[in-house]
Design a protein around this ligand. Structure first.
Ligand code: NI
Length: 169
């Protein structure tokens, strides 16, 4: 296992549209293990493969406080159900920025596990919000896209400045 580099907004590679996984092989298992290690080390509660510059439809999540319940979604598809809900979001690719985003309150989720076995369920609460956030990454979207133009500009400016300072150091 290895910790991979997480792309930081406004890196253009975050705009890649991920393609479906077709090979459920050792390479996929290694990717999932690396993504989990990267997410736990960050630390974060969710990570999409696009964020580590792998344009495949793979998500890892762990919403528990104990960090002992890894969720893996391969080729996830979500369908919004009734209701909307506004929730403060953050993202490992947008460090230090938190802002409210409105999303579907509940979603129906279909996905596969790392062995290609399909499963489906209805998600609500934090799980629903988090899945919608991560599936957005697979479509090249970041939660900042939902904010006002002015706020997007400020986020971009702040993170570019931080990246420049980090490079200089
Ligand atoms: Ni994110």
């Amino acid at each position: 296992m290895a910790i991979r580099d997480i792309l930081v907004y406004p890196d253009k590679r975050l705009r890649q549209r991920a393609r479906p996984v077709t090979e459920f092989d050792q390479e996929l298992k290694t990717l999932v293990a690396d993504m989990a290690e990267t997410m736990y080390a960050a630390p974060g509660i969710g990570l999409a493969a696009v964020q580590v510059n792998v344009p495949l439809r793979v998500i890892v999540m762990d919403l528990t406080e104990e960090k002992d319940d890894l969720l893996v979604f391969v080729n996830p598809e979500i369908k919004p159900l009734e209701g909307t809900r506004e929730c403060e979001e953050g993202c490992l690719s947008v460090p230090g920025i938190f802002a409210p985003v409105e999303r579907a309150e509940r979603v129906h989720v279909r996905a596969m596990n790392v062995d290609g076995e399909p499963f489906e369920f209805e998600a609500d609460g934090l799980l629903s919000i988090c899945i919608q956030h991560e599936v957005d990454h697979l479509d090249g979207k970041v939660f900042v896209d939902y904010l006002s133009r002015m706020k997007q500009y400020r986020v971009r400016k702040k993170l570019l400045k931080e990246q420049k300072q980090a490079q200089a150091a």
